[in-house]
Design a protein around this ligand. Structure first.
Ligand SMILES: [Zn+2]
Ligand SMILES: [Zn+2]
Length: 263
């Protein structure tokens, strides 16, 4: 699997390209602020052709460029129904005052072709098998995307080294904020406990902001996950302690986190 990415715009939301291999079809995840040029550079560099844009959630720092990118490439956008309205009304994701200040003059529209995501859905696109998990808490329609390392999941047994595109659910050493409209702390903790905690330790996490990590590393040291691990200690033992290496064949991750204006 090929994963490339860059932090887009002043919010430094990671925009990813995911493909089975260079020179193949690909998906674009979270085309943020002013992301068109960076996306075109990734597509050129890896000789990939986009067939879809996937959105982890509806916050503007992740969807800013979705309409122009989908329009230029003539591809659909996928988003969970719970966040769809944010595509055309981004200010709904923020408290009234700050939203008007930040986005008062901003006009966004939905891409021509929007497909809605649901929990458990498996997308077979670009030669990839992408599993959607609904993980509300940061926003009502937040999802994460799981992609088996081998693309189509031929490998039997535990899916070691799979990729998880975690959006603003899980970061290296932190989790998404829950103080914006639609956010809820107990809900995000439940999403983390049910979706992230059971994954194999060497699952590579590609977050919506900041550097990549692994589930094992976050279980061991993330202050929000560690208490959940203890709480679930009675369950089957997890294979923690695996080396935090990137087994996804990455060609380089996004740059350092910019915590100043993370949405
Ligand atoms: Zn967000
Ligand atoms: Zn964000």
């Amino acid at each position: 699997m090929l994963v490339a990415g860059f932090p887009a715009g002043s919010f430094a939301a990671n925009c990813y390209l995911v493909a089975p291999a260079p020179g193949s079809e690909c998906v674009i995840i979270d085309p943020g602020q002013d992301a068109e040029r960076g996306i075109d550079e990734m597509l050129r560099e890896h000789r990939c052709k986009p067939v879809a844009v996937l959105l982890t959630h509806g916050h503007i720092d992740h969807v800013w460029s979705v309409a122009p990118v989908c329009g230029a490439k003539d591809v659909p956008a996928y988003i969970h129904a719970g966040d769809r309205e944010l595509l055309s009304n981004p200010a709904r994701g923020f408290p009234l005052g700050p939203a008007q200040q930040l986005f008062g003059g901003l006009k966004l529209s939905e891409p021509a072709d929007v497909k809605e995501l649901a929990d458990g859905l498996v997308l077979h696109i670009a030669g990839l098998e992408i599993t959607v998990s609904h993980t509300p808490g940061h926003t009502p329609g937040s999802v994460v995307f799981g992609v088996p390392r081998e693309g189509r999941g031929e490998t039997p047994g535990p899916a070691a080294g799979d990729a998880l595109f975690s959006g603003d659910l899980l970061f290296a050493g932190s989790i998404g904020r829950t103080d914006l409209p639609g956010g809820d702390y107990p809900t995000i903790i439940e999403s983390l406990a049910t979706v992230c905690l059971p994954l194999p330790a060497d699952t590579v996490v590609w977050p919506g902001h900041g550097p990549r990590t692994t589930i094992g590393a976050e279980r061991a040291s993330n202050p929000f996950l560690a208490p959940l691990v203890r709480r679930h200690a009675a369950g089957p033992p997890a294979a923690d302690g695996a080396a935090a290496t990137d087994t996804a064949g990455s060609t380089g991750g996004p740059a350092k986190p910019n915590r100043a204006r993370r949405l």
